[in-house]
Design a protein around this ligand. Structure first.
Ligand code: AMP
Length: 281
């Protein structure tokens, strides 16, 4: 069932809660794919009711980013939601979610934003934290599902929920890939055939670094070689970052670090793609 307004969504949540149902929530920006489906499937396994939100959140896009042209297709999304037995699709309007774009109270992310996507997208995670706060307040789910494709987002959302005492458990779901290992993204649909081929360089580079680490090459040397490797493989893609941090804390790596995340972002013309792997060291 499609739910367009906040008051209706709250009403349905109240009804389901009164029946004692456990609510799983999957927030998305729509144009659903297998990555989103993995979140929905896990939500289904762990709850009685699944609520999917589709909302292209303007405040997490920079002025030169793709907010206006972000792919939107509700009919298609509805079909995929039905295949995944979603109970409610929450599609609020921008006007209702943001009565003003200049509120005098706001949610600001103060740490872990000067690295990775936060560095190249200033303000992005403030927008993410703001919309997640609003959505969790409206839906009040038992569990909310986020993909580790957006690893920095998971870390920030977990801190948001912990710090502000939301009664929701944040569940991280593994990254889903295409057959050739490209991380699935709604933005992949915009790639030309050549760019699509080129984009496989993202995962190949991460995997190459994993291989170098396995051969006991120093991390900083492996990352440097990874940058050269990407530049050689990709004809169109321009590397934005290739960095490694501790996982899941996203702190600088020290001698005692056991698990690290290697994350990459590159632009294929205007299309920005990200990927990451977690490696034991
Ligand atoms: P989006 O619609 O891109 O904002 O994504 C909504 C949710 O789906 C986020 O929690 C993403 O991390 C997750 N997601 C997107 N792509 C993938 C993927 N390939 N594998 C796993 N989760 C994903």
């Amino acid at each position: 069932m499609i739910v367009n307004t906040i008051s209706e969504m709250r009403e349905y949540v109240k009804i389901e809660r009164a029946k004692g149902k456990r609510i799983g929530f999957v927030p998305t920006m729509g144009f659903l794919h297998e990555g989103h489906a993995a979140l929905l499937k896990q939500a289904w396994r762990e709850n009685d009711i699944v609520i999917l939100s589709i909302f292209v959140n303007p405040t997490q896009f920079g002025p030169d980013e793709d907010y206006k042209v972000y792919p939107r297709d509700l009919a298609r999304d509805q079909a995929i939601a039905n295949e995944n037995s979603v109970d409610y699709i929450f599609t609020p309007s921008v006007e209702e979610m943001y009565e003003t774009m200049n509120p005098f109270v706001s949610v600001v992310v103060q740490d872990r934003v000067d690295i990775l996507c936060g560095k190249s997208r200033p303000g992005h995670f403030d927008g993410v934290a703001t919309i997640v706060t609003k959505l969790l307040n409206i839906v009040q789910p038992d569990r909310a599902y986020f993909g580790t494709k957006d690893a920095q987002q998971v870390v920030i959302v977990k801190e948001l929920v912990s710090h502000f005492k939301f009664a929701t458990e944040i569940v991280a779901v593994d990254l889903v890939r295409e057959a050739d290992r490209l991380a699935i993204s709604s933005r992949n649909t915009y790639l030309t055939e050549e760019q699509r081929q080129d984009a496989t360089a993202l995962y190949k580079t991460l995997n190459h670094i994993r291989y170098l680490l396995h051969k006991d090459i120093l991390l900083q040397d492996a990352i440097a070689e990874g940058k050269t490797y990407f530049a050689e493989l990709a004809n169109y893609g321009k590397l934005e970052y290739l960095e490694a941090y501790t996982y899941p804390d996203l702190l600088p790596i020290t001698e005692g670090s056991k698990q690290i995340i290697i994350a990459i972002a590159a632009k294929f013309d205007k299309i920005r793609l990200i990927d990451n792997i977690v490696v034991d060291i």
